[in-house]
Ligand binder design. Structure first.
Ligand SMILES: [Zn+2]
Length: 370
């Protein structure tokens, strides 16, 4: 570049450049705001907290009936979350089939049920282990994560920075590990799975009986443990920037066996609620599905969109994130939301629904390809 000789020339060029630069910045800002609106898919007011802590707090199996019975019987911490947060009136998980087995008999996600994977990946299909998830996305942004849950099946969730699993991991230890890594390592994504309520299941009549061992475990063990977790976060002074997504990974069957067969509708019916700054208080939304939980977890952490399957060998409609951004949980947003309701459409269809995951998979491929 040649230097201008005329003394008046320099400011003129500079001004032109500045105008040009200003125009570019305005354009850039417009592009960014459009992108962020698209990510929010509905333009709800974005939460405005610095360094949020996001907890995916999953209790294994309870439905809304159980939760309501437990709250009425004294589960006051969960009661507070519902009273001060947003509940999904209808919430369906992805396939509750115990094994996510593909047609070639492979088990890319080991012994984990699809409904748990969906809450990490934001997808309805899980065709390979090579998928993006909330833990990987958090790590890319320098946010540390912990997964702790009382079943050996969770060994597969090795993308979390700190991972604890196994039958011997008690619900108390799950909460302890979360608080330990929060204090020592500053983990801000806490994915906790209280497994052992399942040990107290005796059948579907438990869910409405406040004196059942099942509901009593919720009231006397699960709820106080959640209170311990919250007390730890409050004493650290971070409660006002903490989000809690509380729910269950799947429902339960209709027998005394502690199972969740895909062919039984109640295995799909579970509960989900959202709590935190900028989220409506004491409100309901009509509908949500498992993959939406990953989308919302990711958003509340302030992360860019999840990427879905990473191998890129699937048709575009099947490859990416298919969960819905629930703009209707936020203050100021309308209650109604256009939701594709993929799982409900499957459950109400005539498509085959035996106990094998492949039935669900075939239905999702069909619905997503439409
Ligand atoms: Zn489970």
């Amino acid at each position: 570049m040649t230097l201008p000789r005329d003394g008046n020339y320099t400011p003129y060029v500079t001004m032109q450049r500045m105008r040009h630069l200003a125009a570019c910045l305005v354009l850039l800002a417009m592009v960014f705001s459009q992108t962020s609106n698209a990510q929010r898919a509905g333009g709800a007011p974005a939460p405005r907290v610095q360094n949020p802590i996001v907890i995916q707090l999953i209790i294994d199996g309870p439905d809304w009936k159980t939760v309501k019975t437990a709250v009425a019987a004294g589960a006051s911490t969960v009661g507070m979350l519902l009273k001060e947060g947003v509940s999904a009136e209808t919430y369906y998980c992805t396939s509750p089939a115990p094994r996510l087995q593909l047609p070639d008999k492979s088990l890319p996600w080991g012994g984990s049920t699809s409904s748990n994977v969906a809450m990490h990946t934001g997808t309805h299909l899980f065709e390979s282990k090579k998928m993006d998830d909330i833990f990987l996305n958090a790590r890319r942004a320098g946010i540390k994560s912990v997964f702790a849950g009382g079943s050996p099946n969770y060994v597969i969730f090795d993308t979390a920075d700190y991972l604890y699993y196994g039958n011997d991991l008690t619900d108390q230890q799950v909460i302890d590990r979360a608080l330990q890594h929060f204090s020592k390592d500053g983990t801000r994504l806490l994915r906790l799975h209280l497994q052992h309520i399942r040990d107290h299941w005796h059948g579907p009549a438990d869910t409405t009986n406040p004196n059942s061992e099942y509901v009593q475990y919720f009231v006397k063990t699960v709820d106080p443990l959640i209170a311990q977790l919250f007390a730890g976060l409050k004493s650290a002074g971070v409660w006002d920037r903490t989000y809690v997504i509380i729910g269950s990974d799947h429902g339960m069957g209709q027998t005394s066996q502690s199972g969740h067969p895909q062919s039984t509708l109640s295995s799909w019916e579970t509960f989900m609620a959202f709590y935190g700054p900028g989220i409506k208080k004491g409100a309901t939304i009509p509908y949500a599905e498992g993959p939406d939980v990953a989308v919302m977890t990711n958003y509340l952490l302030g992360l860019p969109p999840l990427r879905g399957h990473l191998e890129g060998n699937l048709p575009p409609k099947l490859n990416g994130v298919t969960g819905v951004f629930l703009s209707n949980i936020f203050e100021g947003a309308p209650r109604e939301l256009a939701h594709h309701r993929l799982v409900e459409r499957y459950l109400k269809s005539n498509m085959p629904r035996g106990d094998e995951y492949v039935d669900y998979r075939a239905a999702m491929i069909k619905l997503l390809s439409e």
